[in-house]
Design a binder for this molecule. Structure first.
Ligand code: SF4
Length: 234
């Protein structure tokens, strides 16, 4: 495992200011050295999905399989999330999936790579990518999956266990709403009324896999996603 430094320069300097699209951001993210996590991981795992997606889901970090494939949510937790999305009646094609931290943090034990939760320094270092993604997306509903994503978007005092399943105003509920404020323009280029955007926090699908009662945890995840699906429809 790469030795953790006390300070990380952060991702901001690696983000091209003239990047218009998610694809351009994704290409640039491959060269990010904003914290030490790039050293041991295989590659940057950026968000995926349509830029016009009406729902954005934010998870923690890529896992072992995501790191190898370069795609988010393709491992066991991702498969569970896809099933939950389906059971909640959401169209997977209408989703944009990303993570708060774009490199896999792990501890090597023999040939195994054991997931390690990102520290605050990694969340803060990587946050500029998340802000840049949101600046190029226009979701009606944002879904926060687990504590790491909640820390990145809502701040360290937000507790998923206390507020999961609640629809909150977005970006007003963000720790720094100004980072996510968009100025909507109409077809004539004039400032228009912003359609309401909501945020909902729930558990990360990996928490379902770790739960003693997986069926109950899964039902809880689906119930929360169903609230998000109704908000999207309404
Ligand atoms: S985790 Fe984020 S900030 Fe750190 S190197 Fe990877 S992309 Fe850059």
């Amino acid at each position: 495992m790469a030795e953790q430094t006390d300070a990380a320069p952060g991702a901001q300097r690696f983000i091209p200011p003239d990047a218009d699209t998610i694809d351009e951001l994704r290409a640039a993210s491959g060269g990010c050295r904003g914290c030490e996590l790039y050293r041991d991981a295989t590659q940057t795992v950026f968000g995926r999905g349509d830029e016009s997606a009406r729902m954005v889901l934010v998870g923690e970090q890529p896992g072992d399989m995501e790191d190898q494939k370069g795609l988010p949510f393709v491992g066991p937790a991702g498969r569970l999330l896809r099933r939950a999305v389906d059971d909640a009646g959401l169209d997977p094609a209408a989703l944009y999936l990303t993570n708060a931290v774009k490199h896999f943090r792990f501890e090597a034990r023999g040939k195994r790579r054991i997931h390690q939760t990102p520290d605050r320094i990694h969340i803060e270092a990587c946050r500029p990518w998340l802000v840049a993604e949101f600046a190029r997306l226009d979701p009606a509903v944002v879904v926060v999956l687990g504590a790491t994503a909640a820390k990145a978007l809502l701040g360290p005092s937000f507790r998923v266990t206390r507020q999961r399943g609640e629809l909150l105003p977005w970006p007003a509920s963000a720790q720094h709403p100004e980072d996510f404020q968009r100025v909507p323009v109409d077809r004539a280029g004039a400032v228009a009324d912003a359609p309401p955007t909501r945020l909902l926090a729930t558990i990360h699908p990996s928490a379902v896999l770790r739960a003693d009662d997986q069926d109950a945890a899964y039902e809880g995840l689906v119930a929360d996603l169903t609230v998000a699906a109704r908000a999207l429809a309404g």
